[in-house]
Write a protein that binds this ligand. Structure first.
Ligand SMILES: *[C@@H]1O[C@H](CO)[C@@H](O)[C@H](O)[C@H]1NC(C)=O
Ligand SMILES: *[C@@H]1O[C@H](CO)[C@@H](O)[C@H](O)[C@H]1NC(C)=O
Ligand SMILES: *[C@@H]1O[C@H](CO)[C@@H](O)[C@H](O)[C@H]1NC(C)=O
Ligand SMILES: *[C@@H]1O[C@H](CO)[C@@H](O)[C@H](O)[C@H]1NC(C)=O
Ligand SMILES: *[C@@H]1O[C@H](CO)[C@@H](O)[C@H](O)[C@H]1NC(C)=O
Length: 773
């Protein structure tokens, strides 16, 4: 390129990009490079190459003389990742055999009493020990957890009583900083780390901050992996809170840790490399409490990896996201993924605030240090003792020490982490903190292991405390911990933070799929960080209590492992169907599970099919099985070209002349979007009609199942044809069609129903969510 032209181009790029790296050696500035994932069409490799790496390298050298291959991928897609400038990426895209050149996306983490709560504890004949195989096949199942790594010395990874590692296991225990091959055992059967994408984007790992190895310096990965399949540990607790036996959902299953998240985030090229390996290593379940923006299936790294995993018989369970309670906030929406929202347990950690006027309010806390419960202290509102504009939030350095010292400070939630506010109050000399929910957080309470006496209060209580603080001349308060309360009702309730439907990508597929415990969950923790995860928190614990759909996802991963052990022949879709159609949506008294965000009954857009019920899932009667071909047909229905299908699934598939319908994907739930009259011809008063077809597979005894509809709405007429299905043998399949005839409703209307097939013994229940757009 001529120099003049080059300068012009660079000046242009300068204006557009504004972000440069300096290449000292060449002495010229170039646009900042980023990592791209390159999907190659394996079948188009020219015959003059003997292997793919050679072909990849040669293609790369045509566009860049400096770029190196970060990873080559072989299983979930054929191709590689590398660092390129935008211009180089465009040139590469033009070369023969290149299916796609996609910029890497950055993902984030979706930050035990649960076995009892789920009915998985007890030792009589109707107990899970009798239902789920305790050893033998239970220990054949391997759960791969993509997360921040693992702290292998925890008792939760004790392998006593476990037999040899399944012989089909091909994984490895990769050595690295603070991690060697002895770190793995018959419980933790594999540990790998993937840092090339991270280091390419963020620079070399600072090994005084984090271990370049599978070791978990964060805690999140240790928590999720021990939730899924941790060994039982008696006498577990966090500062005495939630004390008891801690165990994973599938205590016999093996764990393989794939570290893809680092202190600076999780990068797509690393995640893809980990999924590529996990499939080949031989995991049965992949647990990923990780999410990013919703993107088309051919662009979404997690979705692409999950497709090949699914087609290899691996169930992929992902967190729904913590962007609730806003609607359409749900992530990880691919139908071949099991998407898990979060509910509460029947356990809470009360903390009491008693005001100088004698009024007492209950909140929550996991503060485990020296108590101030007998000391009445002056009470101040942070907004009034701060020099900064949003002083109410207790941001770092915002409080005025002379006005805070020796007092209890009321801080509003939001802006920074809840635990960080405690640090800010303490650093300013405060002795206690009341964490006040604002309108946005409503009555949702999340307990944290604060570093000073504290109580998190719901909005109503918090408002009362603020009113008292502003009306009393010498306001005072005390804060006292109330330990651990069990059998709290109602439970579960849907967590406010749990991401909600409708599905913004494909409104005909209901997401989330189901909910599981995700609030105040006790599980294993790293020794490299305190329970709040803050640098200033020097406390060390073996168990921590944290919340998020990150915590609900591994519950379902572990339960899927139990079902896989119990029914090795079930496909990932059959396991997901069993978990979904047996889940529950009401309390014992018949009331619908509550949404803590509103205090109202929740809906399928909040809980999907419902709250998981593992014992029932083991014997679902019928399942909605979905084959790889079915999912490919779904992509045909979305009008994907063969090229896009290949990018999304790493498969060659050409849609036939057959009429594919998104509505006919054999999914265990129904989402039915209608258009409003104004957006169609026909005008007001008209009706819309749509049919969904489904196929049920018998996985139980022979029987005749009858369909019934429970509908809370007269606006949609629902009919099922045929209304009765008889199943003789095992694996017999029968299809039916549901017809929905809807009156025209204003845009934004939603309503719900349930379809249930029952033989008198089993209930195969699917939610139906209607929406008018
Ligand atoms: C047996 O276990 C089941 C499930 O854990 C429980 O519901 C039931 O009450 C137990 N029965 C006895 C007699 O302990
Ligand atoms: C690595 O982290 C330590 C501790 O924060 C810091 O002192 C050091 O400067 C860092 N090193 C580099 C190369 O950034
Ligand atoms: C608070 O006072 C009560 C009653 O005087 C006493 O039993 C308790 O030990 C005190 N608690 C603390 C933390 O000092
Ligand atoms: C904050 O200060 C203002 C102005 O002095 C006062 O009116 C208000 O009541 C105070 N609020 C609280 C919660 O103390
Ligand atoms: C696919 O294309 C057909 C024919 O053009 C169209 O009717 C249909 O709405 C499209 N489907 C989607 C999901 O875009």
């Amino acid at each position: 390129m001529e120099v003049a032209k080059m300068n012009k181009l660079m000046a242009l790029t300068l204006m557009v990009l504004c972000s440069f790296v300096f290449l000292g050696k060449a002495g010229k500035q170039l646009p900042k490079k980023q990592t791209y994932i390159i999907h190659m069409d394996k079948s188009q490799m020219p015959t003059d190459f003997t292997d793919h790496m050679e072909w990849y390298g040669s293609s790369l050298r045509l566009v860049s003389d400096a770029a190196d291959v970060l990873y080559s991928y072989d299983t979930v897609l054929h191709g590689f990742s590398t660092r390129l400038s935008p211009e180089e990426s465009r040139s590469l895209e033009q070369l023969p055999g290149i299916l796609s050149v996609t910029p890497e996306v950055k993902y984030e983490l979706h930050t035990t009493r649960s076995p009892e709560f789920l009915g998985l504890e007890g030792d009589n004949s109707s107990s899970p020990q009798a239902v789920f195989p305790a050893s033998g096949s239970g220990s054949e199942v391997i759960v791969g957890v993509l997360d921040t790594g693992v702290w292998p010395e925890l008792k939760s990874f004790d392998d006593s009583g476990l037999g040899p590692i399944p012989s089909r296991w091909k994984g490895a225990c990769e050595e690295g900083n603070n991690f060697n091959s002895n770190s793995c055992n018959r419980k933790l059967v594999g540990a790998r780390y993937f840092s090339k994408g991270y280091e390419a984007a963020m620079g070399p790992i600072n090994e005084s901050m984090e271990s370049k190895s599978p070791r978990d310096d964060d805690g999140h990965g240790t928590h999720t992996s021990t939730t899924a399949a941790g060994s039982p540990v008696s006498g577990a607790s966090l500062f005495g809170f939630a004390s008891g036996k801690a165990r994973g959902m599938a205590p016999q299953a093996r764990v393989a840790a794939y570290k893809v998240c680092w202190l600076g985030g999780c990068f797509g090229s690393d995640i893809l490399a980990a999924m590529d390996k996990a499939v080949v290593d031989g995991v049965d379940v992949i647990s990923m409490s990780i999410g990013g923006e919703v993107a088309d299936y051919f662009r979404d790294t997690v979705s692409i990896g999950a497709f090949t995993a699914m087609s290899n018989g691996i169930l992929v369970s992902c967190s729904a996201g913590n962007a609730g309670p806003s609607s359409e906030s749900i992530g990880n929406v691919a139908p071949w993924i099991t998407t898990v929202g979060a509910g509460t347990l029947d356990r809470e950690f009360p903390a009491y605030v008693t005001l100088g006027n004698g009024k007492k309010y209950m909140g929550v806390s996991l503060y485990g240090g020296k108590s101030i419960s007998n000391t009445s202290l002056p009470l101040v509102f942070a907004g009034n003792v701060s020099g900064s504009l949003s002083g109410d939030l207790c941001m770092t350095g915002s409080l005025t020490p002379s006005k805070v010292a020796g007092k209890i400070v009321v801080c509003d939630r939001g802006g920074n982490s809840r635990a960080q506010k405690g640090v800010v109050v303490r650093n300013a000399g405060g002795l206690g903190m009341i964490l006040a929910n604002t309108e946005y957080y409503g009555e949702e309470l999340v307990a944290d292991a604060h570093i000073l006496p504290s109580a998190a209060l719901g909005k109503k209580a918090a408002d009362a405390v603020k009113r008292y603080a502003s009306s009393d001349r010498n306001p005072t308060a005390t804060i006292a911990s109330g330990g651990t309360h069990l059998e709290v009702q109602p439970s579960p309730v849907v967590a406010a933070f749990s991401s909600r439907g409708p599905n913004s990508l494909n409104p005909q597929v209901l997401k989330p799929d189901l909910i599981a415990p995700g609030v105040n969950i006790l599980a294993g923790w790293t020794e490299a960080a305190g329970p709040t995860g803050l640098d200033s928190d020097k406390r060390r614990v073996s168990f921590n209590i944290i919340s998020g759909t990150s915590m609900s996802c591994p519950h379902v991963s572990g339960l899927a492992a139990l079902l896989k052990a119990s029914h090795p022949e079930w496909s990932p879709a059959a396991i997901k169907s069993a978990l979904m159609t047996t889940s529950y949506t009401t309390y014992k008294d018949g009331d619908t599970i509550e949404d803590v965000a509103t205090g109202n009954p929740s809906t399928p857009f909040d809980y999907g099919a419902g709250h998981v019920d593992p014992m029932a899932a083991n014997d679902p009667g019928l399942v909605y099985d979905t084959t790889v071909e079915d999912y490919l047909g779904f992509l045909c229905a979305l009008n994907y070209t063969a090229g896009l299908i290949k990018r999304a699934t790493n498969r060659d598939f050409t849609c036939s002349g057959k009429k594919y319908r998104v509505e006919d994907l054999n999914y265990p739930s129904f989402a039915v979007p209608f258009e409003t009259a104004s957006s169609r011809t026909g005008g007001a008063g008209s009706t819309s009609m749509v049919k969904y077809t489904r196929t049920l597979t018998n996985v139980g005894s022979p029987g005749t199942y009858k369909a019934s509809i429970s509908s809370g709405t007269p606006t949609v007429k629902i009919s099922v044809e045929p209304g009765m299905l008889s199943f003789g043998g095992m694996n017999e399949k029968k299809s039916y069609t549901v017809m929905f005839v809807a009156s025209s409703m204003p845009s934004g209307t939603i309503s719900f129903a349930h379809l249930e097939w029952s033989d008198g013994k089993h209930k195969v229940r699917s939610p139906i969510a209607f929406s008018w757009t």
